[in-house]
Design a protein around this ligand. Structure first.
Ligand SMILES: Nc1nc2c(ncn2[C@@H]2O[C@H](COP(=O)(O)OP(=O)(O)OP(=O)(O)O)[C@@H](O)[C@H]2O)c(=O)[nH]1
Ligand SMILES: [Mg+2]
Length: 429
């Protein structure tokens, strides 16, 4: 077995929503650290009114950590927030430990889990761009210390060389990513005629498990954060005979590094372009509403906030029954159409399918309707309730041929009226 990195977690509770919320972010950091292959030996937290600009936490805490690190043979500290480059460096100098911030640990997991060529390139790009930003700050910091217009210290020169190298590498990576993406664009164009559904949600809520159940696929599932880093699409057959394309992709997290979002933009295109989102939520997580907000924030950043959404509350098997009924009622006050399922125990999928089917019925599509000219009231009804795209008479001037944009639901009822009318005509003949 590979020896695991022994680490300490370090967090500061400063202006957070509550102590409980802070605790939850620490639990999440622990899960992140373990997913990255580390063994968490201890956690150090501090309540602060304001952060220490040079060392993030107070010097007293730093020496406590330094002593403990020596005693427990810990070489890495993982922080529950992002640090400035000078803070990282100062803490590292004072403790003798490697210092990793929240964005870096997330990037490390992405690097570890990237399997496809595209994902590997995208992570590499995000890592490069993050180190570029850090170097930029470092450069600013150095110029501030050394001061003096035109002063060029040796460190500064080195940084400039590093930055130039990163810029070059970034350009090469972007080119490679573009080449890989071209093939994806072709694939996507092929399925433009399908209705597309994307599974979205906080990381580890069960998106891939649901995808596998819906499509009988065998996607990788794990109690890890960011188990999925690529997108996979499959055809989903509905009872009505309709077919849709459903996609499983990357999970989100609060404060998802911006560089990752931009590097994974093409993977997330499936979300951006989807007709319908299934927003999966882990109902057993005490912070489910915060997680919903975090996902909504990322969706907003992607310009996908105003899409049709079905909220799918998963893992109901983990809930104690009294609390479940209480929470379900509470949820349904806000999310009226919510669906409650257990992907593991195969519960609630019937209703999920019904909701998807309902969406298909409500969705506006272009349809053709042939109406006998005598049915004047139906024609005015059509003008009232649907969007008429084109209108013409057939050759014998017996029927109007209308191309309209409307829902399948309304279309069915219109078609029924026409059929009834024709039947009556036939009987009366
Ligand atoms: N108890 C319970 N566990 C579940 C259920 N659905 C999924 N899980 C577990 O939750 C963990 C995460 O499942 P995944 O399907 O990998 O979750 P994901 O949302 O795709 O996660 P990422 O790809 O990492 O963002 C796994 O350990 C699953 O076995 C469920 O209905 N009940
Ligand atoms: Mg997944």
């Amino acid at each position: 077995m590979i020896k695991k990195d022994r680490v300490f977690l370090v967090g500061v509770c400063c202006g957070e929503k509550s102590r409980d919320y802070f605790q939850e972010t620490i639990e999440e950091l622990k899960h992140l650290a373990e997913t990255a292959g580390a063994e968490v030996i201890n956690t150090y937290s501090q309540n602060l009114k304001s952060l220490d600009s040079s060392t993030y936490i107070k010097k007293g805490k730093i020496s406590e950590i330094k002593n403990a690190a020596g005693q427990f043979k810990v070489e890495t500290l993982i922080f529950n927030n992002d640090l400035t480059p000078s803070q990282s460096k100062n803490i590292s100098d004072l403790t003798g430990c490697n210092v990793v911030d929240r964005t870096e640990i997330i990037l490390a997991i992405f690097a570890l889990h990237a399997r496809t060529k595209q994902a590997k390139l995208q992570v590499e790009l995000a890592q490069l761009e993050y180190s570029y930003t850090k170097l930029k700050h470092m450069w600013k910091h150095l110029s501030r210390i050394k001061g003096g217009i035109g002063f060029r210290g040796p460190g500064e020169k080195q940084l400039e060389t590093d930055r130039r190298m990163i810029r070059k590498k970034t350009a090469v990576l972007k080119k490679k990513i573009n080449a890989v993406e071209k093939t994806t664009v072709i694939k996507r164009n092929k399925r433009r005629n399908f209705v597309t559904i994307a599974l979205v949600g906080y990381t580890n809520v069960g998106k891939s498990t649901i995808f596998n159940k819906l499509t009988r696929e065998k996607r990788y599932i794990a109690d890890q954060l960011f188990a999925t880093l690529d997108s996979m699409s499959r055809i989903l057959k509905l009872k009505s005979g309709e077919e849709a394309v459903i996609t499983d992709t990357i999970g989100f997290i609060r404060k998802l590094p911006h560089k990752l979002i931009s590097s994974f933009h093409s993977t997330l295109l499936e979300v951006i372009e989807a007709d319908l989102l299934l927003h999966v939520v882990d109902i057993s997580n005490p912070y489910l509403f915060d997680q919903i907000d975090a996902v909504d924030n990322v969706l907003q950043g992607l310009g996908a906030a105003d899409k049709n959404v079905i909220y799918v509350f998963n893992k109901i098997d983990k809930m104690q029954s009294n609390y479940y009924s209480f929470l379900k009622k509470k949820i349904m006050r806000t999310y009226i159409d919510a669906v409650f399922i257990s992907a593991r125990e195969d519960l609630g999928f019937e209703r999920l399918f019904d909701k998807i089917e309902e969406y298909f019925l409500r969705r506006k599509v272009d349809l053709e309707v042939i109406i006998p000219v005598e049915m004047q009231s139906l024609i005015s009804f059509m003008y009232d309730k649907t969007e008429i795209l084109t209108e013409k008479l057939d050759r014998n001037k017996e029927n109007y041929i209308l191309k309209v944009k409307t829902t399948r639901q309304l279309y069915s009822s219109i078609q029924k009226q026409i059929d009834d009318y024709k039947l009556k005509q036939y009987i009366n003949k």
